[in-house]
Design a protein around this ligand. Structure first.
Ligand code: GDP
Length: 217
């Protein structure tokens, strides 16, 4: 639904899965290495300057931040900002932290409808990125935003995009991993990324088990 993301507002900070909102609405998670441009991307997609600011507050860095979208009195979906990883941490520290919160989150939320991964175009997809994505069930589609694309020339971008596509393909053999060049200052990829997220949050749940359908009147 066009215009859905601009309704985003902060909902709650979650440090343990038992505090998460009910697993009843579609949600899209935003993941990525620290400094990859995740806050910038969330704010751009939601057309807000400081929405994804909560996640940067000290003490909230190992938390999930849920944002609601849709009507004020009846939110229809969630955006979920996850902790950036990889800054001043050994890979072992990162994995230990993931097992506490983000791992179970990606594994268990039944309505996880997509994962948006921020990938700094100059770094490409790394081991940590791959390992994080491996937590999410294979049917959950992935969109890699190649952030800071303004730092690369046109031909460098093409090469980077091919490399990212090749790195993600084995994780989503069904072809549901996509990539997009993204840049805040050049305003590149914003509309396409917004459409991707909005489509995931509003698609028909044709694949739901019959028991989950609302009873016919
Ligand atoms: P986070 O740690 O993943 O939330 O990253 P931020 O959104 O805070 O961005 C990290 C740094 O990269 C900041 O200095 C941003 O201004 C910068 N940045 C983010 N996106 C872009 C972009 O598209 N192009 C450029 N050149 N810099 C960016």
């Amino acid at each position: 639904m066009p215009g859905l993301l601009v309704t985003a507002r902060f909902c709650r900070t979650v440090v343990a899965m038992r505090d998460a909102p009910p697993d009843a609405l579609p949600e899209v998670a935003f993941v990525g290495r620290s400094n990859a441009g995740k806050s910038t991307a969330i704010n751009l997609l939601c057309n807000r300057r400081r929405l994804a600011f909560f996640s940067r507050t000290p003490g909230r860095t190992q938390a999930l931040n849920f944002f609601e979208v849709g009507p004020e009195d009846a939110p229809s979906a969630y955006l979920v900002d996850t902790p950036g990883y990889g800054f001043a941490q050994t890979p072992l520290d990162v994995k230990r932290q993931w097992q506490g919160l983000i791992g179970p989150y990606l594994q268990k939320r039944r309505h996880l409808a997509g994962v948006v991964m921020m990938v700094d175009i100059r770094r490409g997809v790394g081991d940590l990125d791959r390992q994080l994505l491996a937590f999410a069930p294979a049917h959950v589609p992935v969109l890699a935003l190649l952030t800071k694309a303004d730092k690369f020339t046109y031909s460098e971008r093409l090469v980077a995009r091919r490399e990212v596509a090749a790195a993600l393909a084995p994780l989503r053999p069904d072809g549901s991993a996509e990539s997009l060049l993204f840049s805040a200052p050049a305003r590149m990829g914003i509309e396409e990324a917004t459409e991707w997220v909005e489509a995931r949050l509003t698609r028909e749940y044709l694949d739901e088990p019959a028991g989950d359908q609302p009873a016919a009147e």
